[in-house]
Design a binder for this molecule. Structure first.
Ligand code: CUA
Length: 336
């Protein structure tokens, strides 16, 4: 083979590769990773993209060169030469992709295995998904349930999922992994947060009318701050002061995601406005306390006009928490 075509192919390949590399590196495609797992996943991504750019440059060079060098003259209507095949070429273009895809497979398998590997002091947190709220409970602090996920930084964490109704999917973009929550099946996700900060928790499985509002936050905090929060919360939930306890239950169960309540600075619009509870109780023909109680435990027996039916899940709360929440709602709505 003459040298000319080789140099031409090389030149076109370098230019195509440079353009593809610039597009890959100069645009911010991925967020900064906030977990060890995300860091590893990003490595697999760039490993694969690197291979793609290399192959793209070769294919683009051959294609552009062939289109230019072997184009037919404007008045050439004749058939091209008959070609049966080229065994050597076919072996090469089968072998190279086989090796590359196998390499991607091996790197991915190593990353998956390392992402699932827990450290000795793994912190377990139970996650419950329901239409349309996340709740997180901490086995190490009895009775503590929170509507936001709090995690200590640089600690191996295992989330244990359960769903009360339909399939949801847990996703924190900066942590890099998704996990479906399936009714009747226990699923898990291992995370090691590496950066203190607040990240959105998103449901990524269409789960009904409130799917779009099924959001929460993951707050990654230093270990000492996390320990203090855990202590304070345990105190507040078990507090004899009903107001504080009720407010904690309201916040921890994520009520504010769907409901408005001025006292709790909640502005949700999916469900009824809790500042108007006395009016709703009158409409339902019930005494206020009994009405609120019913509306939490059997929310679909009576739904205020103008709001979607069968949207709120029944909340099963321990009796002291339920009583505190009912009293808190009575006090708050009378003020509001
Ligand atoms: Cu839960 Cu979408």
């Amino acid at each position: 083979m003459r040298r000319g075509p080789i140099f031409a192919l090389l030149g076109i390949g370098v230019v195509a590769g440079a353009i593809a590399t610039a597009v890959a590196l100069l645009l911010p495609w991925l967020p900064d990773p906030a977990s060890k797992e995300r860091g590893r996943i990003d490595f697999v991504t760039w490993f694969t993209v690197g291979i793609c750019i290399f192959i793209f440059a070769i294919v683009a060079a051959v294609l552009i060169y062939a289109i230019y060098r072997f184009r037919a003259a404007p008045d050439d209507d004749s058939d091209g030469p008959p070609i049966h095949g080229n065994t050597g070429l076919e072996i090469v273009w089968t072998l190279i992709p086989t090796v590359l895809v196998t390499a991607i497979g091996i790197v991915s398998a190593v990353v998956l295995a390392r992402n699932d590997a827990q450290a000795k002091d793994t912190l377990n947190i139970n996650v419950t998904a329901e239409q349309f709220a996340w709740s997180f409970s901490y086995p190490q602090a009895k009775g503590l349930t929170s509507g936001t996920l709090r995690l200590p930084v640089n600690r191996s964490i295992e989330l244990h999922f359960q769903s009360k109704d339909v399939i949801h999917s847990f996703w924190v973009l900066q942590f890099g992994q998704k996990q479906d929550t399936v009714p009747g099946i226990k699923t898990e996700l291992h995370i090691t947060p590496t950066k203190v900060g607040t990240y959105p928790v998103i449901c990524t499985e269409l789960c009904g009318l409130g799917h779009a509002v099924m959001r929460s936050s993951a707050i990654v905090m230093p270990q000492a701050a996390f320990d203090k929060w855990l202590q304070d919360q345990t105190k507040a939930t078990g507090s004899s002061d009903t107001g504080t306890a009720g407010a904690a239950v309201f916040k921890n169960n994520g009520c504010g995601a769907c409901h408005t309540l001025t006292a709790a600075k909640a502005t949700g619009k999916v469900g009824p406005d809790l500042d108007k509870l006395p009016t709703y109780a009158k409409n339902a023909g019930q005494e206020l306390s009994a009405f609120i109680h019913e509306s939490i435990t059997h929310p679909n027996d009576y739904v205020e006009k103008g709001f979607p039916a069968n949207t709120m899940p029944p909340f099963e709360l321990p009796k002291d928490q339920l009583d505190a929440l009912v009293q808190y709602l009575i006090d708050s709505s009378k003020k509001g």
